[in-house]
Design a protein around this ligand. Structure first.
Ligand code: GUN
Length: 499
């Protein structure tokens, strides 16, 4: 059994106020002792100048957008989605998917994440080799990952109101002619993954990821829920990220999407409601009563002008909050340190009462224990505690973010950029040390990604050109939703979300 001892570490998260030796045996933290209380075992790593933290849990990411980094600016979600998830996507080889997935993993690791939750789009045609390639990428680089592939059975362009009125009939006919993989086949693969890759038993596990209520029929949503229940798997689903979606819910279901999901019996523990920006006090009560978590992605919400989740109100109601990054087509970066920092900064714009601002420790909690709880892994990850998985990061205390050192967590949240990361351990294996990923050749992967991108770029540009005619109808739908009386009556203010 491999052992590692980190000696004389300064701990963050569960501060002990003194230098600590961390004993790792196999994949677990076996012991925590004041420095020197017992002899080190196995490989000894001098952590005397390191701030050691539980690794962050990036609760929401889309690796399929990586080749699109930097292409879009100044457009709200529904317009960009037209490009990042086109009906006729760029054809890729399994190797291109593998490299694409590693781009996510590399940035996650370099920004202090030890767990990454990836909702990978494989539609419209599900290609098993792509799913296998993504699992393999996470296996190879050492990060803990929960990989889901987007489950839906309603075309995304039909998941909003006024489509029949705003899309020219000819365009609708063309779009309707695209036949995605039948929902049954997608669910069959999901079942296979559910059976073989439970995340509490596999470092690279499976998560059930229905895309969003409006993109699924009720029967399909119930089928995804049953699958998760049968195998006791975590679930993630996008809900009311934008004001357009909040209006869509009221028009489609005569209620919010939260109330709709509740009626279907969908809301439960281990279910992460991604974004949850636009909601009413009644929705917050529904979520709180259900035990579901919410998942805050402040960086992408700012980039797309979607709004700001009412995190304080969520916490007041007892709702668990986790943090994530989202896809690099929408927001260029999967940087978890930035997600944590943005949470603590931007949530202070939600009101004038400083007592109700989100603090650095609360943002840190959401990125660690909050993330673990959302996945049902709170007994395994998110804390530095005996018996927990050894998923840790070490940051140099001798660099600018921590000099001089007054408060490790505040300085980590507000000042660390990732440049001080020196060590990352996942499942008891060192996956990053002194500036280098230890299990993969990062430079070679980045070179290959650049070569792949050079090959794909003309195809990406052609796909973008072919879907450009959809933009005008989408813009009209967007404008109609935002001018709809429901928007002003139920979801009146852009940032306050009616609360
Ligand atoms: N931000 C965001 N990204 C997505 N990727 C696939 N669906 C979505 C969505 O609804 N929101």
């Amino acid at each position: 059994m491999d052992s590692i001892t980190l000696t004389a570490a300064t701990l963050a998260g569960n501060e002990r106020g003194r230098a600590t030796d961390i004993f790792i045996e196999a994949d677990r933290i076996a012991d925590l002792q004041p420095t020197g209380a017992r002899p080190p075992q196995g490989t000894v790593i001098d952590a005397s100048r390191l701030l050691v933290t539980p690794g962050f849990i990036d609760g929401h990411h889309h690796s399929h957008e990586n080749y699109l980094k930097g292409r879009f600016e100044g457009q709200p979600l529904e317009l960009v989605m037209n490009f990042v998830r086109p009906l006729k996507p760029v054809p890729l080889t399994a190797r291109q998917v593998y490299v694409r997935t590693l781009i996510s993993a590399i940035q996650a690791i370099r920004s202090g994440a030890t767990t990454l939750v990836d909702d990978m789009n494989v539609s419209p045609m599900l290609d098993r080799s792509h799913v296998d390639a993504a699992f393999q990428a996470y296996e190879d680089c050492g990060i803990r990952a929960l990989l889901g592939f987007t489950l839906f059975d309603r075309p995304f362009f039909r998941a909003m109101p006024f489509v029949e009125e705003e899309f020219p009939a000819e365009l609708l006919a063309q779009l309707d002619a695209v036949r995605p993989t039948p929902a049954g086949d997608v669910l069959a693969l999901a079942r296979e993954m559910a059976r073989s890759r439970h995340p509490s038993e596999h470092r690279v596990g499976y998560i059930v990821a229905p895309s969003a209520p409006q993109r699924c029929t009720d029967d399909f949503l119930k089928a995804t829920r049953s699958l998760a229940d049968e195998f006791d798997l975590p679930v993630m689903i996008h809900v009311q990220e934008t004001r357009l979606q909040a209006v869509t819910g009221q028009i489609m279901y005569g209620s919010s999407m939260f109330a709709h999901l509740d009626r279907l019996g969908f809301l439960k523990e281990k279910t992460a409601l991604i974004h949850a920006v636009w909601l009413t006090p009644a929705d917050i009560s529904i979520i709180a009563a259900s035990g579901a978590s919410v998942q805050h992605n402040p960086t992408v919400n700012m980039k797309l002008g979607s709004g700001l989740m009412p995190m304080r109100e969520m916490l007041d109601a007892g709702i668990n909050v986790s943090l994530g990054t989202d896809g690099c087509g929408l927001v260029e970066t999967a940087d978890m340190l930035r997600a944590v920092s943005n949470t603590a900064y931007v949530q202070k714009l939600r009101g004038n009462d400083p007592d109700r601002w989100i603090t650095a420790p609360e943002a840190f909690h959401a990125a660690t224990r909050g993330g673990a709880r959302a996945l049902g892994l709170e007994k395994q990850i998110g804390e530095i505690k005996v018996g927990m998985k050894a998923d840790l990061c070490g940051y140099s205390l001798d660099q600018i973010a921590f000099v001089p050192l007054n408060d490790p967590v505040r300085q980590l949240v507000y000042a660390e950029t990732g440049s001080g990361l020196r060590l990352s351990i996942v499942d008891g294996t060192v996956i990053f040390r002194d500036g280098k990923l230890t299990l993969i050749d990062e430079a070679a992967i980045l070179r290959e990604a650049q070569e792949i991108h050079a090959e794909l770029e003309p195809i990406i540009a052609a796909v973008e050109e072919s879907v450009a005619p959809l933009l005008a109808p989408y813009r009209r739908i967007h404008a109609r939703c935002l001018c709809h009386p429901i928007a002003s009556d139920t979801y009146p203010a852009r940032f306050e979300c009616g609360l």
